[in-house]
Ligand binder design. Structure first.
Ligand code: NAP
Length: 251
């Protein structure tokens, strides 16, 4: 039976790579975007060209009041395109990077990070829970910065730390339905994240590579397949785990 995954922030970067890797492993995808519809439709096209079904939907994860409407629209999409009422996997991936030292972080920056990286996934998951099939799964996305500390990421990394705790609580409460919940923690990856700094700032890239056991920065293809395999039956006994994929950063 066809399984369906919802990937938030699937228009670019890690979410896009995860969506394509889920599809490559036989899982259909509903991917969301915030404003980049064109990029999202390109991902849909590339998945459809490879023989799987995909749909793109707009969703701003910082706007929790919109989640009821999103859930209703999602039910319609599932019915119209799959003839189903439910989906199987939720990938809470969407996010932004904000760099600011503790002494300079504004309340607005802090609130935006809470809303996108913690409150959003919390209430989106709550709202979508009735639509997730029993024995499905959730993959959250953290960061290496929740294990090691670099100046400027106090607020961002704290939200991800909260997601790591929430992952264990989700796993505990959803276990009776057979839903397993894990969190993937990428190291520094070359995407548009934080203005594309890891990819485009040669000095930063070199520094991170020098602090990584495998001697380079990460690429989206180092993360997407990992997120995808966390939805396969082969990993069914992995639950409530933080899985870091950083090439061995700051050991
Ligand atoms: N790249 C890294 O070094 C790194 C390392 C560790 C963890 N992460 C985490 O990995 C996740 C993905 O990051 P990425 O590197 O793939 O970033 P990215 O390339 O900048 O892509 C961000 C994605 O999130 C979407 N998005 C941004 N704000 C949103 C909002 N308010 N509501 C809904 N969607 C929103 C974007 O949609 P649009 O295209 O419509 O703008 C896009 O699809 C994030 O949670 C990030 O914290 C990244």
């Amino acid at each position: 039976m066809t399984k369906i995954a919802i990937v938030t922030g699937g228009s670019r970067g890690l979410g896009r790579n995860a969506a394509e890797n889920l599809a490559a492993r036989g899982i259909d995808v509903v991917l969301t975007y915030k404003s980049n519809q064109d990029e999202a439709e390109k991902v849909v096209k590339s998945i459809v060209a490879k023989g799987r079904k995909a749909k793109a939907m707009a969703l701003d994860v910082s706007k929790s009041k919109s989640f009821s409407g999103f859930a209703e629209d999602l039910q319609k999409v599932l019915k119209d395109h799959w003839g189903k009422d439910r989906f199987d996997f939720l990938i809470n991936n969407a996010g932004i990077g904000t760099w600011a030292l503790l002494k300079d972080t504004s309340e607005e920056q802090f609130d935006e990070l809470v809303n996108i990286h913690f409150k959003g996934p919390y209430f989106l998951t709550q709202k979508l829970l009735p639509l997730i099939n029993d024995n499905g799964g959730i993959v959250n996305v953290s960061t290496g910065l929740a294990r090691f500390a670099l100046p400027g990421y106090s607020a961002y990394a704290s939200m991800k730390g909260a997601m790591e705790v929430l992952t264990r609580y989700m796993a505990k409460e959803l276990g009776p339905r057979g839903i397993r919940v894990n969190i993937v923690a990428p190291g520094a990856i070359e995407t548009d994240f934080s203005g594309g700094a890891v990819r485009d700032n040669a000095e930063m890239n070199k520094h991170i590579a020098s602090q990584t056991a495998l001697g380079r920065t990460g690429l989206p293809d180092d993360i997407g397949p990992l997120i995808a395999i966390m939805c396969l039956d082969e990993t069914r006994w992995v639950n409530a785990q933080r899985i870091e994929a950083s090439g061995g950063m700051f050991l």
